[in-house]
Design a protein around this ligand. Structure first.
Ligand code: FE2
Length: 330
């Protein structure tokens, strides 16, 4: 059934950071994101091709956490029916207008699992900097691509997002009877995903994915980080994912927020494409070359924040996918 609303895509994250200057050095000076606005409290960033006011907001706070997980809808008229659906699915909803710089009216929702969601249409636009080759530097980060959530209950979270019109492109599941989903990739835009669900302690935000123009850009970013004596920020990769086929590297910002530089996934716009399944025992699902992700990648994630700034309680998952396969260390 086609929903009475149209979520276009994942659009922005608002993260709290404990040292705004240190975060600026990472995201702006090293990674090369474009500053849309900055003051003593927050920095608003966007990728080279992005015209909307921001795709990352870094806000000074007492603890590192996730304030907002933002999605754009096709029009203002999509927000009211979406609010009704979110409430029917057990979310609490509220409305804001102009709370974040450059933004108008927006629908806020805390979903049944504790994720602080926002859906919006109205936002200021800037000229693209795609062809400002004269001022580009850092990694060629073009745009925001996706969120990856850590959840102890992937299957119920999966059902929730399907009720919002998200379609599955790929998933990882256990073999044999009582198949259990260990990971699911869900899309609205015609790429592999806007939201990925990973089984693990949660609810938490595992990472944000930023689209890099080409695999060489991922390698270039690693070279630049190492040359600037920041190789410790490189947590996993570079490598090729099995799921999504993307060429990737995972970085950790100064507060431990995880950022994936993500390149060259594939087109998924035809609505009758069947989801691709990976066995959880296939060593190629996470890294196509069969290399093992570090334990930190499975265990650490960003805590979510409530409206009053406290952290959302987390719960452990019953299954650890690392026990299902044998891989080699990179
Ligand atoms: Fe990702």
């Amino acid at each position: 059934m086609t929903p009475a609303f149209d979520v276009l895509r994942s659009a922005y994250a608002e993260l709290t950071v404990t040292d705004l200057a240190a975060s600026r050095a990472f995201y702006v000076d090293l990674l090369g994101l474009v500053v849309s606005h900055e003051d003593d409290e927050a920095i608003y960033l966007r990728g080279w091709e992005e015209r909307l006011h921001h795709s990352i907001v870094l806000r000074q706070g007492p603890v590192a956490g996730v304030r907002r997980i933002g999605f754009r809808v096709r029009s203002e008229d999509d927000l009211a029916p979406l609010a009704a659906r979110l409430e029917a699915l057990g979310s609490t909803v509220s409305w804001v207008d102009g709370e974040l710089r450059g933004m108008g009216r927006a629908l806020r929702a805390t979903d049944p699992f504790g994720f602080p969601l926002e859906f919006f249409y109205a936002i200021e636009q800037f000229p693209t900097q795609l062809q400002r080759f004269d001022i580009q530097r850092g990694a060629p980060i073009m745009r925001f691509d996706h969120f990856n959530f850590h959840s102890p209950q992937v299957e119920t979270t999966f059902a929730f997002w399907q009720q919002l019109g998200f379609r599955c492109s790929e998933y990882i599941s256990t073999d044999g009877e009582n198949e259990q989903i260990a990971g699911a990739w869900l899309l609205r835009k015609p790429g592999v995903h806007d939201v990925a669900l990973t089984l693990g302690t949660g609810p938490r935000l595992h990472h944000i994915g930023l689209y890099v123009a080409e695999p060489a850009g991922v390698l270039h970013a690693c070279d630049q980080l190492a040359a600037a004596e920041h190789s410790y920020t490189i947590e996993r990769g570079p490598g090729r994912h099995g799921v999504s086929n993307a060429f990737f590297v995972y970085l950790r910002d100064p507060d431990g927020h995880r950022v994936e530089l993500y390149s060259c996934d594939y087109y998924t716009g035809d609505p009758d494409l069947k989801p691709l399944r990976w066995s959880v025992s296939d060593p190629r699902c996470r890294s196509f070359w069969g290399t093992r992700a570090p334990d930190s990648w499975y265990e650490e994630s960003s805590l979510l924040l409530t409206a009053d700034g406290s952290t959302v309680p987390t719960f452990a998952a019953g299954v650890d996918e690392r026990q299902a396969r044998t891989e080699v260390m990179a």
